[in-house]
Design a protein around this ligand. Structure first.
Ligand code: ASP
Ligand code: MG
Length: 316
């Protein structure tokens, strides 16, 4: 295991100390607190129940690379650090109809991702899920939430917005919608960045191909295309939200795992829960540091956490 020597550690912690006194960091984190309060108010008013996060458990979101999961042994049981609470959100539908969580996500991203301005190894996802909801319903909820947030932030975070010299435009509903296939034929592989750079407003990217997406979304009308979405920020800020309607039938997930050549034993706790029955649902997750970065117009998410851990770098 690579380790850090005392001299290096001293130097890094001096940087940390300066970072903690940086006005940009202080202001961005104060702003983040206001954003969290507004999001919480919004969902509480709609009857959502707030849950507390699961930090580690026997199964977590595979995301794009299952090999970057942090695994360890607890009393002989294999545990994993939460990459996202997707499966627990679905299981929680047995208890409640509408839930949300400010959930810590831990993802070992590739080192190159340190430069994107959008990636942290540890971040907070504002995660919500609604039993029996359609994709359209949760997309509309997200639009209303973002408009509500911008409206209140302009009013309640005047000092912070002035400090960052940020003039936020009020997003206009309904947000534009583009399918993944349309975006791909226009922009090619780099579609997310190009959509974000070329768009005046927030834009929905929907119907991802099963091949490039996590296995838990429901298939749409078109075979092998999903009833899912990403929301893309304008002005080049990139991805805001991922979500969609979930597949809740074990046999369908098994077929998909086979097509994706993923060993189903890795997801036994999830598959067994599905076999024993969970309700259909839809939901999404929005990264709080990315949201704060967008609201403040910052170049990097690192200013939006007091103790940022950038991919490949030391962080306290
Ligand atoms: N689990 C997804 C993610 O972290 C979000 C969601 O589908 O709710 O990207
Ligand atoms: Mg995503």
């Amino acid at each position: 295991m690579q380790s850090i020597n005392k001299e290096e550690l001293k130097e890094k912690l001096r940087e940390t100390k300066n970072f903690l006194k940086d006005e940009r960091v202080i202001t961005a984190n104060r702003l983040k607190g206001k954003i969290i309060g507004i999001l919480r108010d919004f969902l509480k008013e709609k009857g959502f129940v707030e849950l507390l996060p699961v930090v580690a458990s026997p199964v977590t979101d595979p995301l794009s690379s299952p090999e970057t999961t942090v695994s360890f042994n607890v009393y002989g049981y294999p545990f994993q650090l939460t990459k996202s609470m997707i499966f627990h959100k679905q299981f929680a539908m047995l208890a409640f109809e509408r839930i949300f969580i400010f959930s810590p996500n831990f993802r070992i991203e590739k080192k190159e991702m340190a430069k994107t301005g959008r990636h942290l190894v540890e971040f907070t996802q504002f995660d919500l899920e609604v039993r029996g909801a359609t994709r359209k319903e949760v997309m509309e909820l997200a639009e209303e939430m973002i408009i509500g947030l911008v409206t209140r932030i302009i009013d309640e975070a005047k000092d912070e917005m002035e400090f960052f010299e940020r003039k936020l435009k009020m997003p206009i509903r309904p947000f534009k919608v583009v399918t993944y296939s349309e975006a791909y034929s226009k922009f090619g592989k780099d579609l997310e960045a190009r959509l974000s750079q070329s768009s005046e407003g927030h834009i929905w990217l929907i119907d991802f191909p099963e091949k490039i997406r996590e296995f838990y979304y429901l298939e749409g009308e078109r075979t092998f295309y999903l009833k899912d979405f990403d929301l893309i920020y304008p002005e080049g800020f990139g991805e805001a939200i991922s979500g969609g309607k979930r597949e809740w039938r074990a046999e369908k997930i098994r077929e998909r795992l086979k097509r994706k050549r993923i060993n189903e034993d890795l997801y036994s706790p999830y598959l067994i829960m599905l076999e024993q029955g969970i309700p259909p649902s839809a939901g999404f997750g929005i990264g709080i540091e990315r949201l704060t970065r967008f609201i403040a117009g910052l170049e990097s998410v690192k200013f939006c956490r007091l103790f940022p851990k950038l991919p490949g770098e030391f962080g306290l």
